[in-house]
Design a binder for this molecule. Structure first.
Ligand SMILES: C[S@@+](CC[C@H](N)C(=O)[O-])C[C@H]1O[C@@H](n2cnc3c(N)ncnc32)[C@H](O)[C@@H]1O
Ligand code: SF4
Ligand code: SF4
Length: 394
């Protein structure tokens, strides 16, 4: 069924003549799923957030877009606030957050969530901006988003979790991930700029989350995020052991981006082998996950940006704590890439607007970080929309 909000011929250009994705892909994905079925818990709890072929689970929207439509995004990141109680020196949002303590007023957050649900957004991620739990209304907004039919994910530094907020999160979210990035107070101080008491509080709160999850019989996946860099290398394996002991469902390793004179770069420490060395710790309901594609792509000089245009912004977007929408989570706060302001317009008006078109038509990869959120599905979308030879020979 078409999901078009408005036709946008000008974005498509070359794509009009390109190959449409057919139902055959659907069968292919299904068949592959059955053939590669592994442990039941792994199959059911797909916490590999950035797996590129997930976009092919949304063939209705991809096809609509290929045909010139303007389907609503599949996933939206929502920043309730830019305020944060931690001081991670390499925080991705440091470039604008330091001078920006905006938060969404409750009534605006309610309207935005309602509009996103009505428009057909399939998943909402509470993240930041800052720390979502620095905003007192966030737990209620999680409940509201679920009630409006969206799948909900939650990313937090974990420090401000309380039994009441944990319960709302566990009752309404598909997953929650605590960014720990350490297994000892020393490393936590380096990664989060906070002392041992804060580290202990976060660990205590993870224990509380796991316990509450069991008490509620919640199916929410509880995970821990771990950014790898030379600062965190020493704790890498200890962190997996710690998390296994805490009873979470997974630890996920991802490379930390570092600010390098205003340019985003990656820490070149090659930890892929060490990360792979932790895989043996998985089992009995505990998964050791890592963004393999990122570690692989980091070794390429183009970081895997082997596509000519960004198309991912059509399917994943962001609402910032100022009420402004931006092309993608990495370009938050960058006025050139503003799609519109939800304080002034509705979501549908912004999604259909000339301002949004102008923003995506001006995307310059020099402004984009390497290995951005859409990198993998940009590769998929670029390939499926290019003419290809011998397409019927599978
Ligand atoms: C900006 S934080 C906001 C949510 C919350 N305050 C937290 O830290 O989980 C959102 C995500 O960005 C990630 N992040 C922050 N700085 C990063 C960096 N330099 N490189 C890669 N990811 C980063 C965090 O690990 C977290 O998963
Ligand atoms: S806790 Fe999250 S938002 Fe706060 S400084 Fe760290 S990464 Fe940034
Ligand atoms: S960083 Fe650039 S390429 Fe990546 S999603 Fe944003 S606009 Fe697209």
């Amino acid at each position: 069924m078409a999901q078009t909000l408005f036709p946008m011929e000008d974005q498509m250009g070359e794509l009009k003549s390109a190959q449409l994705i057919t139902g055959r892909f659907d069968e292919e994905v299904e068949t592959r799923r059955h053939r590669t079925k592994t442990a039941p818990d792994e199959d059911l709890r797909d916490v590999k957030q950035f797996s590129s072929d997930k976009i092919l689970k949304h063939l209705d929207r991809v096809n609509d877009w290929i045909q010139g439509g303007n389907p609503p995004p599949i996933t939206v990141e929502l920043d309730m606030t830019n305020v944060c109680n931690h001081h991670c020196p390499e925080c991705v949002v440091n470039y604008f957050r330091l001078s920006d303590e905006n938060s969404l007023p409750r009534t605006l957050a309610e309207r935005i969530i309602d509009e996103l649900g009505e428009a057909g957004v399939r998943a909402l991620i509470f993240t930041g901006g800052g720390e979502p739990l620095c905003h007192p209304d966030t737990p209620d907004m999680v409940t509201r988003a679920r009630a409006r039919g969206m799948d909900v994910g939650f990313i937090t530094n974990g420090q401000l979790l309380k039994p009441e907020s944990a319960e709302k999160i566990l009752r309404n979210c598909i997953w929650v991930r605590v960014s720990l990035d350490a297994a000892t107070p020393e490393v936590f101080q380096k990664t989060h700029g906070k002392n041992g008491a804060s580290f202990n509080k976060v660990v205590e709160n993870i224990v509380m989350l796991v316990k509450t999850k069991k008490e509620l019989g919640s199916s929410c996946t509880v995970g821990v995020g771990y950014l790898t860099s030379k600062d965190t290398q020493g704790d890498l394996r200890k962190a997996a052991l710690l998390c296994k002991g805490l009873g979470v469902d997974y630890i996920q390793y991802r490379p930390m981006q570092i600010h390098n004179g205003g340019q985003f770069e990656y820490d070149w420490e090659d930890v892929a082998a060490e990360v792979e060395g932790c895989l043996d710790l998985g089992g009995n309901g505990f998964n050791v996950l890592y963004s393999k594609h990122k570690y692989d792509m980091m070794k390429r000089c183009d970081y895997g940006r082997d596509y000519g245009e960004c198309y991912g912004h059509q399917f994943a977007t962001v609402v910032s704590a100022t009420g402004k929408m931006y092309i993608c989570c990495h370009l938050r706060g960058y006025e050139k890439y503003r799609l519109g302001n939800l304080k002034e317009k509705s979501f549908v008006e912004i999604w259909n607007s000339e301002e949004r078109k102008a923003a995506y038509n001006s995307i310059d990869f020099n402004d984009c970080i390497p290995l951005c959120r859409c990198n993998t599905f940009n590769q998929v979308l670029w390939n499926v929309t290019r003419p290809k030879e011998h397409v019927n020979f599978l």
